[in-house]
Design a protein around this ligand. Structure first.
Ligand SMILES: Nc1ncnc2c1ncn2[C@@H]1O[C@H](COP(=O)(O)OP(=O)(O)OP(=O)(O)O)[C@@H](O)[C@H]1O
Ligand SMILES: [Mg+2]
Length: 295
């Protein structure tokens, strides 16, 4: 059964998309079958992985992207999967892209109240999920309708975060909003979904060399412990010991349209290509956490 994982934080720009794309790549390199869903109208993951020219064509036609399963509802989830298998460097990594019209889901979209978008999405996802080991949902920094699709279908939630005071506040807000959404959507759940996804982990990103993160780690750990005791996050939720350093090559990889591990390391990378090891270690920690949950 696929592990369905949402990456979300109420705070923008913390590294949700870059972590998700690069962890997905690490998993694909290990031979896992991975599907990424881009639920962020900004389309960062889609543009990153499909490259701008290909994504521009999809964006212009509005066909072949996630919004078309809702409006005009002419395509199903299985019709909008883009496979990276054709690019031999990245076998096993598929993506369902978004386009700018996904923003219409938040306002213009008028579906049947008895079938909110996350229910439509869940029913269609079921048709393809057996083909994957991991299904990863990249969410925007809110819990509006697009994010809700990922959160409703996920079994696990991970929170990319930066070690600063604001992140602690945003984490608190996220846990509250998740709780409210689960309450609102509980009557739509079916038994095959299992229990609503709770936060399983926090992953620190963009850590600058020489910056001491002991105090922010301790504060975040304390908050996590409180939430664990109050059963507001998963019983085994943890602040990952593995983090991702701040590295210029991450920003360059976005421009090149490649996951960091695929950027030609012969290029001048400023000596910081070891960030690939960070992603690999976080991916390995994610695999171990999954074993721990099942064991
Ligand atoms: N480890 C890193 N080192 C350097 N730059 C990074 C790192 N991680 C992310 N960035 C840069 O920070 C910016 C924000 O990253 P990213 O898009 O992954 O964040 P996000 O949380 O998905 O943002 P949003 O909330 O807008 O979706 C990007 O320009 C990205 O290249
Ligand atoms: Mg993002």
């Amino acid at each position: 059964m696929a592990r369905k994982i949402a990456f979300i934080n109420h705070k923008g720009g913390v590294g949700k998309t870059s972590l998700l794309v690069n962890i997905a790549t690490s998993l694909a390199i290990l031979g896992k079958r991975v599907l990424i869903y881009d639920f962020d109208t900004q389309s960062n993951a889609s543009i990153w992985l499909l490259r701008l020219d290909r994504w521009n064509k999809i964006n212009a036609s509005s066909e072949g992207a996630i919004y078309s399963i809702f409006e005009p509802a002419t395509q199903r989830v299985k019709d909008v999967v883009w496979s990276k298998n054709d690019e031999s460097s990245l076998p096993g990594l598929d993506i369902v892209t978004t386009t700018f019209n996904l923003v219409n889901l938040e306002n213009e979209y008028r579906g049947e109240p008895s079938r909110p978008p996350y229910v439509i999405f869940r029913d269609q996802l079921a048709e393809i999920e057996d083909a994957y080991d991991f299904i990863l949902f990249d969410c925007p920094p809110n819990i509006l309708r697009a994010s809700q699709c990922g959160i409703f279908c996920a079994n696990e939630i991970y929170v990319p975060s930066n070690p600063d005071a604001l992140s602690l506040i945003e984490f608190t807000l996220l846990v509250e909003k998740l709780g409210k959404f689960h309450q609102l959507s509980v009557s739509f759940r079916i038994s095959a979904q299992g229990v609503p996804a709770q936060v399983q982990g926090i992953i620190f990103n963009s850590i600058k060399t020489g910056v001491d993160i002991d105090v922010p780690r301790m504060r975040m750990q304390l908050r996590l412990n409180q939430y664990r005791s109050a059963k507001r996050v998963a019983p085994k939720a943890k602040l990952f010991g593995q983090h991702v350093r701040d590295a210029m090559i991450v920003r360059r990889a976005v421009t090149l349209g490649l996951p960091v591990a695929m950027v030609n390391t012969n290029m001048d990378s400023g000596g910081d290509e070891t960030v690939v090891d960070d992603y690999r270690k976080v991916a390995a920690a994610l695999l171990r956490h999954g074993d721990d949950l099942n064991g």
